[in-house]
Design a protein around this ligand. Structure first.
Ligand SMILES: Nc1ncnc2c1ncn2[C@@H]1O[C@H](COP(=O)(O)OP(=O)(O)OP(=O)(O)O)[C@@H](O)[C@H]1O
Ligand SMILES: [Mg+2]
Length: 415
C-alpha cells in the first residue's frame, strides 16, 4: 500500500494512504505530544483513521488547479490526487509537507537566481508549474488555476527558488496567459491588493516586481524565526473547511454559500471582527468589480491566539476584461447578478452574516466613500514604476472602471 508521511514543523504527524477513498491517520507519537493540534476541525486528534470524501477534499485542495494541474500530471506521470501530492507537496499552502516513506524534510536549501533570469524564463513561457521549469528539484504545490512561481526573497532583494521541502516566502504571479482578452493581469492584481491595503482591509503585501512585470506577494503563512529561518503557519481555505474539493469553489457549482462561510468561520472560532472583515471583503469585491471572489479565495490562519480570517489575497478587477464572467462568485440576497444587487440584497446579506442592515450599509458606505481617493493614491504610486504604453493604459482603464463600478453600486445601494 503506497503512503505518504505528513510532516508539520519537522514532526511526522500522520500518514496518508493511497486507498479508494484516501485514508489519513495521525501518528500515535504525535497524538501523545502536547503540541499536537488537529489539521482541520473535520479531523479531530484521534487514533482511529479518517477515510472518505473529506480526506480527499482536504488534500486535493493543496494542489494547483486547471491547466497548472494538467501540466504537473503530464510532467510527473501522475494523474491522481495521491500521485500528484507524492510528486509536488513539499511546500504547500499552510504548514504541511508530504513525503514518500524513506524521505525526510531536509534543512532548507535554495537556488539563488536573479529577477532578470526569471523574467527571461517567463518570456520563454516557462512558469506554469510553480517554477519547476526554472529549478527542477523543486517540490512545491499551491492551489489556484493561475501560473505562479513560489520563491523566497533574500535580504539583498535577490530571488531564491526553494529546493526540496524548503519553504517559500513569496508568490510571484505573472500575467495570466491563454484567456482571450485578459492582459496585464499582474498589474491589475497589484493595484487591487494595494487598494485594499490602503483601505485598511487587512491584505497580503503585494508589490509590482519591475523586472518580471509580475505581482510579488508576501506569504502571510510564513514567519521569520529568531535565526532568520522561515517557519510555516497552518492555514485552511474555505473549501478545505467546508470539506469540498476545489472543483466546487463556486457557489453556482454547489460550493459554499456566504451563509455557509459564516457558519464555518464561527464554528472554527474566529473573532467577531472577522465577520465584519468577511462583509468588507464582499463589499470591496463588488465595488472594484472582482467577480472571482470564490470560497478558495478566503482562508483561515492559525495564529497563537487562535484561528483568524487570513489577510485577503487574489483580488483583481475582473470586469475590466469583457471575456470574464459577469456573475458574482456568491449569491447576495438571492442573486449573483451584480446589477440586481440593491440595498435590500445588501441588507439580506447583513442578516445572513448576523449583522444589522444599518451596520452593513454603514460599512459599505465607508468603503465606497474612501475608495475613489484611495484608488487615485494607489494608481499615482504605480504610475511612477510602470512603463508607458500597455501598463499605463491598464491603470487608466482601471481608474475609470473601478470608479464607475463604485458609483453604480453606491447608487443601487442608496449610499
Ligand atoms: N499571500 C499569501 N500567503 C499565503 N497563502 C496564500 C497567499 N496568497 C494566496 N495563498 C494561497 O495560495 C492559493 C492560490 O493563490 P491565488 O488565489 O492567488 O491563486 P490563483 O491561481 O490566482 O487562484 P484562482 O484559481 O482563484 O484564480 C490560495 O488559495 C491560498 O491558499
Ligand atoms: Mg485564488
Amino acid at each position: 500500500m503506497r503512503s505518504l508521511n505528513v510532516y508539520q514543523a519537522g514532526h511526522q504527524i500522520g500518514t496518508l494512504y493511497d486507498e479508494q477513498p484516501l485514508r489519513f491517520v495521525y501518528d500515535t507519537h504525535w497524538l501523545a505530544t502536547p503540541a499536537a493540534q488537529a489539521i482541520a476541525p473535520a479531523f479531530p486528534l484521534q487514533a482511529e483513521p479518517f477515510a472518505g470524501g473529506h480526506v480527499h477534499a482536504f488534500f486535493e485542495n493543496l494542489l494547483p488547479e486547471g491547466p497548472v494541474r494538467r501540466l504537473l500530471q503530464a510532467s510527473h506521470h501522475a494523474s491522481t490526487t495521491f500521485g500528484l501530492l507524492r510528486s509536488v507537496a513539499g511546500d504547500t499552502a499552510g504548514s504541511l509537507i508530504l513525503l514518500p516513506p524513506g524521505e525526510l524534510p531536509k534543512p532548507p536549501a535554495y537556488h539563488i537566481t536573479s529577477w532578470q533570469h526569471i523574467a527571461e524564463q517567463l518570456r520563454q513561457g516557462k512558469a506554469p508549474t510553480l517554477g519547476a521549469q526554472i529549478q527542477d528539484d523543486m517540490r512545491v504545490s499551491l492551489a489556484g488555476a493561475q501560473a505562479k512561481i513560489l520563491l523566497t526573497v533574500l535580504d539583498d532583494g535577490r530571488p531564491a527558488i526553494p529546493v526540496g521541502t524548503a519553504p517559500s516566502s513569496h508568490i510571484l504571479k505573472p500575467d495570466i496567459q491563454g484567456i482571450p482578452g485578459v492582459w496585464a493581469s499582474a498589474l491589475n492584481e497589484t493595484l487591487a491588493m494595494q487598494l485594499a491595503d490602503n483601505l485598511g482591509l487587512g491584505t497580503a503585501t503585494a508589490v509590482y516586481q519591475a523586472d518580471t512585470r509580475a505581482c510579488l506577494i508576501r506569504r502571510y503563512d510564513r514567519q521569520t524565526d529568531a535565526h532568520g529561518g522561515l517557519t510555516r503557519l497552518h492555514q485552511l481555505d474555505l473549501c478545505q473547511l467546508a470539506g469540498v474539493p476545489s472543483g466546487l469553489k463556486y457557489e453556482s457549482d454547489g460550493g459554499p454559500s456566504l451563509a455557509q462561510c459564516r457558519y464555518l468561520l464561527q464554528e472554527i472560532g474566529v473573532p467577531a471582527k472577522d465577520l465584519k472583515r468577511l462583509l468588507q471583503w464582499v463589499i470591496f469585491n463588488l465595488l472594484i468589480g472582482n467577480h472571482d471572489s470564490h470560497a478558495k479565495n478566503l482562508s483561515v490562519l492559525a495564529t497563537p491566539s487562535g484561528w483568524q480570517l487570513a489577510p485577503f489575497y487574489d483580488l483583481m478587477c475582473t470586469t475590466v476584461y469583457p471575456g470574464l464572467s459577469r456573475q458574482f462568485a456568491f449569491r447576495i440576497g438571492g442573486t449573483n447578478q451584480p446589477g440586481q444587487i440593491g440595498s435590500s440584497q445588501i441588507q439580506a446579506m447583513a442578516s445572513v452574516l448576523g449583522m444589522s442592515p444599518h451596520y452593513a450599509l454603514g460599512l459599505a458606505r465607508d468603503i465606497a466613500h474612501a475608495l475613489p481617493p484611495a484608488l487615485d493614491k494607489t494608481i499615482k504610486a504605480l504610475q511612477t514604476i510602470v512603463y508607458p504604453g500597455t501598463e499605463h493604459t491598464l491603470l487608466e482603464r482601471l481608474a475609470q472602471r473601478i470608479k464607475q463600478e463604485t458609483r453604480k453600486h453606491g447608487q443601487r445601494w442608496g449610499l
